[in-house]
Design a protein around this ligand. Sequence first.
Ligand code: SF4
Length: 438
Amino acid sequence: MAYKVYFLTLGCKVNSYESAAIAKLLSQEGFEETDDPKDCDVYVVNTCAVTAEADRKSRQMIRKARRVAPQAVVVAMGCHTEMCKDEDGADITVGTSDRPSLVPLLLQKLKIREDSMEEDQLDAGTRFFEYGAVLLQEGTRAVVKIEDGCNNFCTYCIIPYSRGRVRSRSREAVLHEIEDLVKRGYTEFVITGIHLCSYEKELGHDSTALGELLQEIAAIEGVERIRLGSLEPYSMTDQLIGMLKENGKICPHFHLSLQSGSDSVLKRMNRKYDTALFRDVVRKLREAFPRASFTTDMICGFPGETEEEHKDSVAFAKEIGFTHIHVFPFSPREGTKAYAMPDQIDGGVKNRRTAQLRAVSDEMEEQRAREFIGETVEVLVEEFGDDGNFEGYCREYIRVSGTCEDAELSSGDLLEGQITETNGFSVCGKDFRKKNRK
Ligand code: SF4
């Protein structure tokens, strides 16, 4: 009988990718994934450590796993466990640097493979660990990770300590994986990494290496759309923007990490840009992609943030006109410089500023949806009914629902049609048609 494995994944897209990757490795060993946490032999908690709150939740979820599935082998993996090995009471704990050892450790624990431990000592801390092809969104969108680690040391972030320095996946492996996914019907690819623009930095390359890789991906027959994960503003050189424009398959949705719209706060965060540079990058991207959507992450209540700095931050966010802002109240993360900074902001103040910025984000998101009324968009179908109703995302990453004239819909179809109205943050249209693929 196959062992059943349950995954609880916290945190970012990279973590989702890695859970899916581990699920795939386990399936090759005969494990079956289950949705039922109570009825599993292995309970994997993929943890996050991006903030102190994420740390707390990670610990809580590991304890919960014990409670919910007392019979299971509890595995803790990911960023939190990298920092707090052996502290949380899981049966097996692997950080980001030693995750290749997870499968053999697990097999040993379950007493189904005696000789597996020799493979444990892989040097994944210094090279990219190859998972092989990973499918995340059945039939439509696949997430492909090309890079791990970061060299930047922003003062609030634990990632360079927990995930280590930049390591890139080989171009051959990335292209091979995408070719494989295309054969399985995938047409949209989300290219992710912890610090995407640092692709091949360890080989001495600049951000054009990412542009080159994206050109090679675009050249694969069957690849229709390429989305990019989080991008660092200062890496968006004229050359890279030019390459993205020429690419032809890049979706005009850019997640440019801002964190604060106040130059003095950016300095204290050790971010390597200021608002002038950010504004300039957005302008250039809009020139290259006139209908581009911009999303971002912002932190409220960074140590020492004054009311004035907060106001500057909100004003700058409005000026850019983001489609959506992921707003986080600052939470001090032990082991980072910001943890020990003076003038930590009171929790109530942080929450008020966070709520204010979230309200601004909501207003902008609704406004952005309204801008699409009358526009023709291309939608990749994710959900559909027999009656021609469908839902999916347009290239600008706005959720679209509508009806299609062609009766036979399936997920992964590309449709084209006009937006007629909005529904909060999403948009709706009628009489869409199937689009001929390029
Ligand atoms: S760029 Fe800064 S915030 Fe992003 S992973 Fe690196 S250190 Fe963390």
